[in-house]
Design a protein around this ligand. Structure first.
Ligand code: CTP
Length: 475
């Protein structure tokens, strides 16, 4: 695929490069993706000279409404149509050991290409009149694209030590593109893995997210594990690895099981936080593993410990804790519930409770639980999947009948206090809970009149008398 030189963006840039007699190139991910025949909306423009000045000229001619200068980085960005066009002046970088932020000085085209991480990211397309549209490939990126290899542009030890984020980028690109990592490059990652500590958690999570969203996330996570990075970033996941044997009994390797679950989920969804729930669903197994003589290996309560660990991991990794963390925590906490229903004879009240507890996240929970089936016994898998289908049908049935999802108590605590002349106390909560339980257990329907009648009955047993004049039976 060739650069669309007829496109107004490239036409204007090439014309201005000629007028101002400045060397200008398209570089980085846009060129890589173009050669992979993928459309990218991010265009990086390398200017040999003052990148910000040149960007100003381009913004003016394009009449771009969104133009931003990032003084600290010496870059400028134009948003035009659906594109984000980033301009940077050619530079040489030198790094200090304790920081990934380089000190920057002006450089030549070659200096700039040589500071880039991987051969497939270090190709350029000229926007200069003497070789317009020519691909300049100093490091053999085209060949590596053909061979599907991630390789550093130079000494991998220096490239990773300079900017340790690149170790995660290597693995992320391998996972996204289904490429292998060149042997020496991978050695460089192993050697410098410990340097990941200078990278901010937000950037690490950003790369993990991209790995989770690649077609086969397990590939990326296996590379993370083999490189030594996983035990530094997510030790809780790394500890799931391994199989123990006692009295001739083994348990499954929970690391590989987890990865299989994530892959199965990924084939059905692109919901990032559901994939995180898949990654963390068994995280509590490391701490709860026990061998019980005569019984075998158990992981009792791993969902509770796991839910607790979710909170810790989200905080440590500076991941969004507002709505996202409770969502992932809830799925981890409840992940065994659907499968236990599938194994047993399903009662309506158990299904009602599941609908009540999962609320709006019920469909995601079911998807997670279904992906959690990784048994090698095909007959067992078939049976579970069949029962899952029955469970889903039963859920639809009960939902239609009982409206339990996003359950709102038919009688409020305020009302109970008013009717029985009570001040806030434990009894009010107990009465409310008893009504809720009666609905979930199918003793009464999810209706106000039935709930009030039931309330009056259980209150009488506690010698509580209501002022019936205050009760409004319909709301
Ligand atoms: N780059 C680098 N080292 C980094 C980050 C970026 O050498 N740690 C260089 C690479 O040449 C890369 C270019 O800067 O291609 C642009 O970086 P970025 O936009 O972050 O990545 P892309 O390669 O465009 O890929 P993606 O958008 O998928 O992250």
């Amino acid at each position: 695929m060739y650069l669309p030189l007829n496109d107004r963006i490239f036409k204007v840039i090439a014309e201005l490069a000629k007028i101002h007699n400045i060397e200008v190139y398209v570089v980085g991910g846009y060129v890589r993706d173009l050669l992979l025949e993928k459309k990218s909306k991010d265009i990086d423009i390398l200017v040999v000279g003052d990148g910000i000045y040149f960007a100003e000229q381009v913004a003016r001619v394009l009449d771009a409404k969104h133009f931003t200068i990032f003084k600290t980085y010496g870059t400028a960005q134009i948003k035009y149509r659906n594109y984000e066009i980033e301009f940077v002046g050619a530079r040489k970088e030198s790094y200090r050991f304790e920081s990934r932020n380089p000190s920057i000085e002006q450089g030549t085209f070659e200096d700039d290409i040589n500071r880039r991480d991987f051969t497939i990211n270090a190709m350029a397309i000229s926007l200069n009149s003497d070789n317009l549209g020519e691909v300049i490939d100093i490091h053999g990126g085209i060949n590596d694209l053909k061979k599907k290899i991630i390789r550093t542009t130079g000494n991998s030890d220096i490239i990773f030590s300079d900017d340790p984020l690149r170790m995660l980028r290597a693995i992320r690109f391998a996972s996204q593109l289904n490429f292998t990592i060149d042997e020496q490059t991978f050695e460089g990652i192993k050697k410098n893995a410990y340097r990941i500590e200078i990278i901010t958690k937000e950037r690490i999570v950003d790369e993990l997210n991209k790995i989770l969203l690649s077609t086969l996330p397990s590939y990326g996570f296996i590379l993370l594990d083999e490189s030594g990075l996983l035990s530094l970033i997510l030790p809780e996941i790394s500890k799931l690895k391994g199989v123990e044997k006692n009295e001739g009994k083994t348990h499954k390797d929970n690391f590989y099981h987890t990865l299989q679950v994530v892959d199965q989920l990924r084939s059905r969804t692109d919901k990032l936080w559901l994939l995180w729930a898949g990654l963390l669903h068994d995280v509590g197994k490391f701490q709860t593993k026990k061998f019980q003589p005569g019984v075998g290996w158990t992981f009792h309560g791993h969902e509770v410990v796991g839910a607790h660990l979710v909170e810790r991991i989200f905080k440590r990794m500076k991941m969004p804790t507002q709505e996202t963390m409770p969502y992932v925590k809830k799925l981890v906490m409840l992940h065994l519930r659907p499968i236990s229903l599938v194994k047993e004879e399903v009662t309506d009240s158990a299904v009602r409770r599941l609908i009540f507890e999962a609320g709006d996240d019920l469909d995601d929970l079911l998807m997670l639980a279904e992906a959690d089936i990784t048994s090698k016994n095909e007959q067992k898998v078939r049976l579970y999947l069949k029962n899952f289908k029955l469970l889903r049908e039963k859920i639809i049935d009960i939902e239609e009948k009982d409206k339990i999802r996003n359950f709102q108590p038919p009688v409020s605590g305020e009302e109970i206090m008013q009717w029985f002349n009570l001040s806030p106390c434990k009894t009010v909560g107990d009465l409310k809970n008893k009504i809720k339980d009666a609905i979930l257990d199918g003793i009464i329907p999810n209706e106000r009149k039935a709930a009030i009648e039931y309330l009056l009955k259980i209150a009488e047993e506690l010698n509580l008398v209501a002022d019936e004049n205050k009760i409004n039976w319909e709301k």
